[in-house]
Design a protein around this ligand. Structure first.
Ligand SMILES: Cc1cc2nc3c(=O)[nH]c(=O)nc-3n(C[C@H](O)[C@H](O)[C@H](O)COP(=O)(O)OP(=O)(O)OC[C@H]3O[C@@H](n4cnc5c(N)ncnc54)[C@H](O)[C@@H]3O)c2cc1C
Length: 217
């Protein structure tokens, strides 16, 4: 059920200079992995959508946010201190795993930057999931939460770093690799990456009905 209310900020964890995790009191918010919330400071009408990063059974509600240069809400949220209150509305959206495929399906998750957030929630929520993640990042330090994934299921595709798993964009990785036709593909992050990756996978024979996207910007 969708709710609107004030939730207390428990903690801020800075992962890099610009990217951080907010841990927020859950109150009675019940969600499905892949959904997002609308988040803003108390007494501020400015809110933005953020995918839920935590698993459905975790103690706190978590979001992974990148402070956008010249952005408004992503900057304001970074300046909060634990104990302050946040406006939370949600859960929202339908970017979730097909229930009938969770136990037996084969999933490919393709993310750019903080677009990894809904997949982190899905993997935490469903520990037996048969998945592979392609994470598009610039440098290895942007592999947010990599310890949450089995190393053989998580590929860091870094465009400006040769020290990660794959040197290049997720789209280059897709071009060079084979994917089973029954793969269920989920894309999250910036529109350009999603469009290119979707087109490539469709050309490789994955039916359009198995392609699901959440566009951030
Ligand atoms: C369904 C959904 C879920 C989202 N989940 C997340 C999430 O989990 N984590 C997260 O960090 N963001 C997420 N976003 C993006 C988020 O809602 C905001 O757009 C972002 O935080 C910028 O808000 P702002 O007020 O700081 O900047 P604004 O003042 O609103 O925008 C400034 C500019 O930055 C662009 N922009 C937005 N996001 C980015 C980005 N990541 N990198 C570069 N430019 C960007 C916008 O298009 C705009 O042109 C999500 C968006 C949607 C629609």
């Amino acid at each position: 059920m969708q709710t609107t209310g004030l939730h207390k900020l428990i903690n801020i964890t800075n992962l890099t200079e610009s990217t951080y995790i907010l841990s927020i009191e859950k109150n009675n918010l019940v969600f499905e992995a892949g959904q997002h919330i609308l988040l803003g400071k108390e007494n501020d009408t400015d809110q933005r959508e953020y995918s839920i990063y935590s698993g459905v059974n975790d103690e706190y509600l978590e979001v992974l946010i990148k402070e956008v240069t010249d952005g408004s809400v992503s900057k304001h949220l970074k300046s909060l201190v634990p104990g302050e209150m946040l406006n939370v509305e949600g859960p929202l959206g339908f970017f979730g795993l097909s229930k009938d495929k969770i136990d037996s399906g084969n999933f490919l998750f393709i993310a750019s930057g903080t677009g990894i957030a809904p997949f982190h929630s899905m993997v935490k929520t469903h520990p037996k999931l048969n998945y592979k993640i392609l994470h598009g990042i610039r440098t290895c330090d942007e592999a947010y939460g990599k310890e949450s994934y089995q190393p053989d299921r998580y590929v860091r595709c870094a465009s400006r770093d040769t020290e990660c798993d794959y040197n290049g964009r997720v789209t280059d990785y897709i071009k060079e690799n084979k994917f089973d036709k029954d793969t269920n593909c989920y894309f999250c992050g910036n529109f350009k990456m999603i469009k290119e990756a979707m087109d490539l996978l469709e050309k490789k024979g994955i039916p359009a009905g198995q392609l699901h996207a959440e566009v951030y910007f």
